[in-house]
Design a protein around this ligand. Structure first.
Ligand code: NAD
Ligand code: LMR
Length: 334
């Protein structure tokens, strides 16, 4: 009898956890639309909330005709609309903000995107403080600290639930290596650590099946500056959207798998990390094991060779500045 009720309770809680609302903020943008489509196709998602300053309800109406079980609701840019969009969300994905044009760095987006992310973070802090927040908006190295500061100011900061999405860097690394080595990208699991811009992106080929690639400057550069290839090819019409939607959907799926009880789910992410805290660097991307609480374990960087150590040294210089820029932005523009 007792056993039966225990099993029933367990079954009930499993069902409750399986009810996963996902909110996308910036849902009608270049990333937002295909990302929302992939979320609509994901059977783990039960409710999809789409918010944008323009066009959220239209994208929602369109996706709502797809014959998967999840409900799709679009929200207008009113304070109550934003609050309702995020309320009860297990995962909040944030691809809101402007993309680069040729000649720009991600840091050049700071002036516009910092306040967009700050304001969205305020709404999440107020209406969904327990959600796992996945920040895509650039510059990720600064927007993640911005979100953390907003949460801290409201007493709801939980370092386990805040993620900068760096998945695209490992997606690219795996594809680029497979092209050079004529292999299946599905077999190329490349560790990429650091941050998400230029030299802060550090591929660790010495830990892969192809340690020779650490001395191949071309492929190292390609992983670090893969985003620029797309920006240049789009010639003023934006940056990576479709590959980013795939990468963001993979990250969200991994978070949901862990929330729903799967063990051993590991993804890279830019998180509040102990790895370089002694050097004043509070956020760093490395492999993160996910759990129901969000970040369950941060993997160490592991062994690196001399080439990679040089890349890491350069990464840390920029990363520190990018993080400090985000923190001081919120201090002077709360
Ligand atoms: P986009 O211009 O096509 O779409 C951005 C969307 O955000 C638009 O629909 C816009 O209306 C919306 N928006 C603007 N302000 C908003 C606000 N306050 N609230 C809600 N929505 C708002 O741009 P995109 O190509 O989708 O790129 C979005 C961001 O993602 C950029 O900052 C880009 O640099 C970044 N990005 C990051 C990665 C990564 O790997 N992390 C990869 C690609 C792009
Ligand atoms: C990317 O890596 O593709 C994104 O960060 C967008 C960009 O500006 O390159």
């Amino acid at each position: 009898m007792m056993l039966a009720s225990k099993i029933q309770r367990r079954a009930f809680s499993a069902t409750a956890r399986d009810l996963s609302k996902v909110a996308v903020l910036g849902a009608s943008g270049g990333i937002g639309q295909p990302l929302s489509l992939l979320m609509k196709l994901n059977p783990r998602v039960t409710d999809l909330a789409l918010y944008d300053i323009r066009g959220g309800p239209g994208v929602a109406a369109d996706l709502s005709h797809i014959n998967t079980k999840s409900t799709v609701t679009g929200y207008d840019p009113t304070p109550t609309g934003l609050a309702a969009a995020v309320k009860g969300a297990e995962v909040v994905l944030i691809p809101a903000g402007v993309p680069r044009k040729p000649g720009m760095t991600r840091d050049d987006l700071f002036n516009t995107n910092a306040s967009i992310v700050r304001d969205l973070a305020k709404a999440v802090a107020e209406s969904a403080p327990e959600a796992k927040v996945l920040i895509i908006s650039n510059p990720v190295n600064s927007t993640v600290p911005i979100c953390a500061e907003v949460f801290k100011a409201r007493g709801v900061y939980n370092p386990k639930t805040l993620f900068g999405v760096t998945t695209l860097d490992v997606v690219r690394a795996s594809r680029f290596v497979s092209e050079v080595k004529k292999t299946d990208p599905a077999d190329e699991n490349i560790t990429v650590v650091g941050g998400h811009s230029g030299v802060t992106i550090v591929p660790l080929f010495s830990q892969s099946k192809h340690p020779d690639l650490t001395s191949n400057a071309d492929i190292v550069k390609r992983v670090q500056f893969g985003g620029d290839e797309v920006v240049q090819a789009k010639d003023g019409a934006g940056s990576a959207t479709l590959s980013m939607a795939m990468a963001g959907a993979r990250m969200a799926e991994s978070v949901l798998r862990a929330v729903q009880g799967e063990k051993g789910v590991v993804e890279p992410a830019f998180v509040d990390s102990p790895i370089y805290k002694d050097q004043g660097i509070d956020f760093f991307s490395s492999k993160v094991e996910l759990g129901p609480e969000g970040v369950a374990k941060i993997h160490p960087i592991g062994q690196v060779d001399a080439n990679e150590q040089k890349l890491l040294d350069a990464c840390l210089v920029d990363l520190k500045k990018n993080i400090e820029k985000g923190v001081s932005f919120v201090a002077s523009n709360p």
